[in-house]
Design a protein around this ligand. Structure first.
Ligand code: PAF
Length: 302
């Protein structure tokens, strides 16, 4: 099927109705554009598991705080369209702001405790904005499956909970983070980094991978694992400019884990390289703990 580009909710609904009448299973990949191979992996998974894949591109103003990069958020629609086509999208939905937030819009989804720690602590209102737009997009697209990247781990967990709490008939699939050959997690915001910044950003992955190796070698002390990540991050020449948070949390509840790690945990970092804020994480699972996460431990590389 050739890829269709749709800009209004009415057109999208009409198109999806015909697909559903044919019994097609719909996959959905919500994005804010400036797509990279991380998005490509989400679209490929959807295309492999569904009959039709809808990709949305919408830079959601309601999830940016004051002073964040809404105005400068990178955009390249032509390149996005090519990537969608190459990776198997069937429909590209590119709504205007007023289509999603018409005048008088006033209903929001308020996530609970899962939105409070980690990024939530530093980006008040962010997950409210994410949950609201994703709920709207789910209601517009009505997908069978929706795909989210593990890099935004807290986002994926908040959305899974929203789906469960609000009985939304969609399965949320979390896809492992895609990394550059040197380990840098792909992110649209990597475009803000210059050569030097990019090198410093690698310390995030170096720290996380060192902790993963230690964990695989039997290290179970939460404090020690955090120290191992901290090492490369705080190196004065090759480390990041500032660590915003570095936390070891229960992979399901996102509550801090102290003492001995005896269940699946997420080791999560947010750090600044210059003025660019980057996040990354690894999931550490003791062999005995089947936490039910569908995230694999092996990162994908491009
Ligand atoms: O991860 C993103 O790109 C955004 O937070 C999302 C899920 C598209 C909602 O705007």
């Amino acid at each position: 099927m050739a890829m269709r580009v749709v800009r209004t909710i009415a057109d999208l609904r009409a198109l999806l109705r015909t697909l559903r009448e044919k019994g097609q299973r719909i996959g959905f990949v919500p994005t804010m554009g400036f797509l990279h191979e991380g998005h490509g992996a989400l679209i490929r998974q959807s295309a492999a598991r569904c009959d039709a894949t809808v990709v949305s591109i919408f830079v959601n103003p309601n999830q940016f705080g004051p002073g964040e990069d809404l105005a400068s958020y990178p955009r390249d629609l032509e390149r996005d369209q090519s990537l969608c086509l190459e990776t198997g999208a069937s429909v590209l939905f590119i709504p205007e702001d007023a289509e999603i937030y018409p005048t008088g819009f006033q209903t929001h989804v308020e996530p609970g405790q899962l939105a409070e720690p980690l990024c939530g602590r530093f980006r008040p209102g962010h997950f409210r904005g994410v949950a609201t737009v994703v709920a709207k997009l789910f209601s517009i697209v009505q997908p069978d499956l929706a795909f989210f990247g593990q890099k935004d781990y807290q986002q994926a967990i908040v959305i899974r909970r929203m789906v469960r709490d609000l009985n939304m008939p969609v399965d949320v699939v979390v896809v492992p983070t895609v990394r550059e050959a040197d380990g840098l997690a792909l992110s649209s915001r990597n475009t803000y980094l210059d050569e030097k910044g990019r090198k410093r950003a690698l310390s995030i992955n170096h720290g996380l991978q060192a902790a993963r190796e230690a964990f695989e070698g039997g290290e179970r002390s939460a404090a020690r694992l955090l120290e191992i990540v901290q090492g490369p991050l705080s190196h004065s020449k090759s480390g990041v400019t500032r660590v915003q948070y570095l936390e070891l949390v229960d992979a399901q509840t996102l509550e801090p884990v102290q003492g001995t790690v005896d269940r699946t945990v997420a080791l999560c970092v947010a750090a600044y390289v210059g003025s660019t804020r980057l996040i990354d994480n690894v999931i550490l699972a003791p062999a005995a703990d089947e936490a039910g996460l569908n995230v694999s431990l092996s990162p994908q590389r491009v």
